[in-house]
Write a protein that binds this ligand. Structure first.
Ligand code: AMP
Length: 603
């Protein structure tokens, strides 16, 4: 059986790990890195790149480079409007009301873009492990809703992966802790990444990890900190030059890039210089931006965001009915947890030193791999008692929200509800299912209108349909129904219009496979062209070095071969021709070498 890989699919970076027997190990990607930027870049000719190469083109091609796509996964366009300013590419509204990415005249669902990242991780894993990889455990922020979890699972399916389990990022970090320590304690996992913040409080024992409470914010991450610095830079530029550059995409990308770099530097230095020459030009000439940002100014700019994370920590303690003194260990996860002021504030809040033995970039992927190991049976089972982080309920009259499964219920869980008809012979009943905490259903996240169809004709109020709401171990909601009069459940079909339909999913999966094959063949062609180029260079230097020793006919033949080779390299773009050309050059090279050797023997 192949390995089950563990994937931390991050907003900024993704990491992949596997269980090497009983020890988790990080998978090194094709570029030799342990971390892969969650970035997909497109060229005008339709080529696409994922990871480091895509990240490198972000500055020069900002509207065709997709980053932070996780922020738009499984979200309605109308709910994601405030996030559009964080990216330079175009987010539009798909026919189903979800977010979509418009690029070079095509639109992609966020699931498809995420699938491109997953495909890259899968390919790296296959190269690294030397085997086909088809199964994965993927982590998501604890505060991901059902729609976002479904979207993540769909992205896996599109990438050709069977997503065996979706686990919460902080819970994955806790699994790493259990695997490492096996010591009973109450731990806090403070997880602040590029796009989201989560705090989870867990009780862990030798073989049980129980989530006591989780709080978080799906739209509070390192990108929001960068945005504060960008706003500060925009203001400085406006004050100095009287120009507002916020509409210029390239300028905004440069500002965002420098803002992030400045932030990173300020984690180790007390101040940093921001120097952006030739930011814009007007009739009076080019305008530059040069300023220094101190750690103190940075901290005051980002303070409200830091405070928001602390407020969530306090809420989590309250929900778990724990006191700060009850927390034995604080594990810091995610890149933003490296900010010194953040560490100081968290330390002050909990009144104890932070546990810094885990790599904040890798601990989540390691936890996902351990969960994979548990599913494989390779690792001794740790019972993971996770909770649902939102109340699940239905809409009742007057747009009220009636919770059925309250938040912080241990998953998997289920609840049934009896429904009936309101008019005679009514054949369908609509149930609007939502997640959230507001008594007003409009303020919660809609999971869709589940329509119960094919109800047996009967006077109103007589049908008794039992609707079962279940949340599985991945935190994904399933709705099923049974007619209690007939006892038959499949007479009622459920139409739940959320996210991608089965047909769309299958189409996306096929397209992704074709694109991957195309990428693979483009890679092979690139490799072959490289080899031909190398062979030509070797032959050219062979000719230079041996011109005096070779007979005129050989020199002529070699010059012809080199000329033909160079011409063919210009034209040949398919594998067969390049392969033939390479073999011809190699044979020619061999023939010359043998000839030289026999000449040398004769002398
Ligand atoms: P993650 O989603 O965990 O990969 O975290 C990525 C986020 O962490 C990005 O917003 C980075 O800018 C931020 N980050 C990474 N390293 C540091 C650091 N040393 N100081 C501040 N922020 C960081």
């Amino acid at each position: 059986m192949g390995h089950i890989i563990g994937i931390d699919l991050g907003t900024t970076n993704s990491v992949c790990a596997f269980m090497d027997r009983t020890e988790p190990r990080i998978i090194i990607n094709e570029e030799g890195g342990r971390v892969t930027p969650s970035v997909v870049g497109f060229t005008k000719t339709g080529e696409r790149f994922v990871g480091d190469i895509a990240k490198r083109q972000m500055l020069i091609n900002p509207d065709a480079t997709i980053h932070s796509i996780k922020r738009f996964m499984g979200r309605r366009y109308r709910d994601a409007r405030s996030d559009l300013a964080l990216v330079n590419y175009t987010i539009t509204e798909a026919a189903n009301g979800d977010c979509a990415v418009a690029i070079n005249g095509r639109t992609f669902s966020p699931q498809e873009v995420c699938a491109m990242i997953l495909q890259k991780l899968r390919k790296s894993a296959e190269d690294f492990l030397g085997e086909t990889v088809t199964e994965a455990v993927i982590t998501v922020p604890a505060y991901f809703t059902d729609r976002q979890r479904q979207a993540t699972r769909d992205a896996g399916t599109i990438a050709g992966l069977d997503v065996l389990r979706i686990i919460n990022e902080p819970t994955a970090a806790a699994l790493s802790y259990v695997h490492d320590r096996k010591k009973a304690s109450t731990i806090a996992v403070y997880d602040w990444g590029g796009g989201t913040f989560d705090i989870s409080l867990l009780s862990v024992d030798r073989d049980v990890a129980e989530v006591r409470a989780t709080r978080g914010n799906n739209t509070l991450g390192g990108a929001d900190i960068d945005r504060r610095i960008v706003d500060w830079l925009l203001e400085r530029f406006r004050d100095e030059h009287g120009i507002d550059v916020s509409d210029d995409k390239i300028v905004m990308q440069r500002l965002r890039d420098s803002a992030e770099r400045a932030k990173l530097e300020l984690s180790s230095a007390p101040s940093t210089e921001i120097h952006l020459p030739f930011l814009v030009s007007d009739s009076s000439g080019p305008k530059h931006l040069q300023c220094s940002l101190t750690r103190a100014t940075f901290e005051s700019l980002a303070e409200p965001l830091f405070q928001q994370t602390l407020a969530e920590c306090r809420n989590a303690l309250e929900e778990a009915r724990l006191d700060v003194g009850d927390i034995d260990e604080i594990i810091m996860v995610g890149g933003s947890s490296r900010i010194p002021r953040v560490q100081e504030m968290v330390r002050e809040l909990f009144g104890r030193p932070l546990n810094k033995t885990f790599n904040p970039d890798e601990v989540v992927a390691i936890g996902a791999a351990i969960q994979g190991g548990i599913l494989e049976g390779e690792v001794k089972a740790v019972t993971l008692l996770d909770v649902t982080n939102f109340s699940l309920g239905i809409e009742t009259q007057g747009r009220r929200f009636e919770p059925l499964i309250p938040k912080n219920t241990t998953i998997p869980t289920q609840k049934t509800q009896l429904v009936s008809t309101v008019v005679d012979n009514q054949r369908t009943v609509k149930i609007h299912v939502l997640q959230g905490e507001s008594p007003d259903s409009r303020e919660n996240v809609s999971l869709g209108e589940f329509e119960l169809q094919n109800i047996q004709p009967a006077p109103r109020g007589v049908p008794r349909i039992q609707v079962r709401f279940a949340i599985d171990a991945s935190g994904i909601v399933n709705v099923s129904a049974e007619d209690l009069r007939t006892g038959i459940s499949d007479e009622i079909t459920i139409d739940a219009p959320t996210g991608l339909s089965k047909v769309e999913l299958e189409r996306a999966r096929e397209e992704a496979q074709v694109a991957a094959e195309h990428d693979e063949s483009a890679r092979e062609i690139k490799g072959l062209r490289n080899m031909v180029e190398k062979e030509l260079v070797t032959l050219e230097s062979f000719l230079r070095e041996n011109r005096g020793l070779l007979p005129k006919t050989d020199i002529f033949e070699l010059e012809q071969a080199l000329k033909r080779g160079r011409m063919a390299l210009l034209k040949a773009s398919d594998k067969r021709n390049l392969d033939a050309l390479l073999r011809y050059l190699q044979r020619f090279h061999q023939h010359l070498r043998e000839k030289m050797e026999s000449q040398a023997r004769m002398h």
